[in-house]
Design a protein around this ligand. Structure first.
Ligand code: ACO
Length: 397
């Protein structure tokens, strides 16, 4: 598609891009205070604009971050966000041009992967992104969801308002284990931006462990609909299981509350195991969490560790970034380009689904997303790509 120009925006153009993005998401333009809280996320050089007839028609940006991959390495990554095209300029290739320029920029920066959260599931696969982690929404009937007597106990919980919590949350987040695949960083600009999304009613429960260190927090808000008082838990992070249980114990103990709803929780959070009646944890949805794009397939594969299994030769197809096209030998001792007959053939978005261990190769073969030319390689690929921990991002950006 021609007829539009894509270039990095000047700082003086960032707010226009921010408001274009907000309008594309059907929100009103930002108020001054909201813009001030978000402006730090706009990194010079990483905010792209697409112009049609000389006017800004679309935008996409990325913030510099890191993401954990299996084995514990933290890879430099662009966290893609702020994507929007004016409603009167959609479906003429504006986003496609922005994505092309953004991925080329990531390559120039030496970032082997890019990541995002998607507003809709049908947008990003064409650019090579795949779902690498999922999360669940859980609902607990507060009066019936008693914890087991043998659930961990210890420490204490105090409740802070947003101003009180702001200076201490970043350090607690740092203390929370970040070796789980899909974990990302939260810098000062992220925390400032997050404040602008939170309503006035949000409170923060902070857990302090027996050693006197704050080791977990829960951001929550009370809501009332159809005569049901609920606590909506938007963000709950903990450095250890005791802190997590104590935060849930606190939330389930708040008077007058009928229901506690946990949003974006990891699939392997052992809530059912902490409850006396496991059915009191109702999973109301399982959603895609992080999407990831292998920008440089060889470097991205080399960055993670693989499980014990015979090496497998895969052929990767990547229409959007053809430099990735070709064969790779993947094994526990390393990854190399190769020209041997491929045993498995897949596109780069399907490879992303394997990359953090969210999906098994055998599942993607059954789904028709991997062509198994050598059926014996499927079980080996299952073992190679398996991750010890369930991937989860749990940070919106
Ligand atoms: C990481 C984030 O920030 S997520 C937020 C994403 N932004 C939004 O959801 C805001 C609202 N939506 C928009 O602003 C726009 O519709 C965008 C950004 C999603 C797409 O922008 P466009 O310029 O219309 O995309 P573009 O024209 O390049 O589309 C390329 C292809 O994707 C398809 N496509 C793009 N968006 C969608 C969609 N939402 N649903 C279905 N198909 C889509 C197009 O039909 C086109 O297909 P084709 O190549 O077969 O013709």
């Amino acid at each position: 598609m021609t007829g539009h120009e894509v270039r990095p925006l000047a700082e003086s153009e960032f707010r226009e891009a921010h408001d274009l993005f907000r309008r594309a998401l059907l929100w009103r333009p930002s108020k001054d205070e909201e813009w001030e809280r978000n402006s730090g996320r706009y990194e010079p050089g990483r905010v792209l604009g697409a112009f049609v007839d000389g006017a800004l028609a679309g935008t996409a940006m990325a913030t510099t971050n890191v993401v954990t991959v299996p084995g514990g390495r933290r890879l430099p990554v662009g966290a893609v966000t702020g994507v929007g095209v004016r409603a009167d300029r959609t479906r003429r290739g504006v986003l496609t041009s922005l994505m092309r320029e953004q991925l080329e920029d990531a390559r120039r920066r030496g970032e082997a992967v890019a990541m995002l959260h998607a507003s809709e599931a049908v947008i990003y696969e064409r650019y090579g992104y795949g779902v690498v982690s999922r999360s669940r929404t859980v609902e607990l009937d507060r009066r019936r969801a008693a914890l087991r007597e043998d659930a961990p106990v210890g420490g204490r919980v105090r409740v802070l308002d947003q101003d009180e919590a702001a200076p201490i949350l970043p350090a607690i987040y740092q203390r929370c284990a970040q070796d789980r695949p899909g974990q990302i960083g939260r810098d000062d600009a992220w925390w400032a931006g997050q404040r602008s999304w939170l309503g006035d009613g949000v409170l923060i429960a902070v857990h302090t462990g027996g050693d006197g260190l704050d080791d977990g927090f829960a951001l929550y808000e009370a809501t009332k609909a159809d005569d049901v008082n609920a606590l909506q838990v938007y963000d709950l992070k903990s450095a250890n299981a005791t802190a997590a249980v104590q935060l849930w114990r606190f939330l389930l103990g708040v008077d007058l509350v009928d229901r506690v709803v946990g949003h974006g929780r990891p699939l392997d959070e052992p809530l059912e195991w902490w409850l006396a009646d496991r059915r009191q944890c109702r999973v109301t949805s399982v959603d895609d969490d992080l999407w990831l794009r292998l920008v440089d397939v060889l470097e991205a594969l080399r960055a993670r560790t693989f499980g014990p299994a015979d090496p497998v030769v895969i052929e990767v197809r990547d229409e959007f970034l053809p430099h990735n096209d070709g064969g790779y030998r993947v094994g526990p001792d390393g990854v190399d380009r190769c020209s041997d007959e491929p045993q498995l053939v897949l596109d780069v978005a399907a490879l992303a689904a394997l990359y953090l261990g969210d999906q098994k190769a055998s599942g993607l073969v059954a789904a028709g997303r991997i062509e198994a030319r050598d059926p014996a390689a499927v079980a080996a690929a299952d073992r190679l790509f398996a991750a010890v921990e369930t991937p989860w991002c749990g940070t919106n950006f």
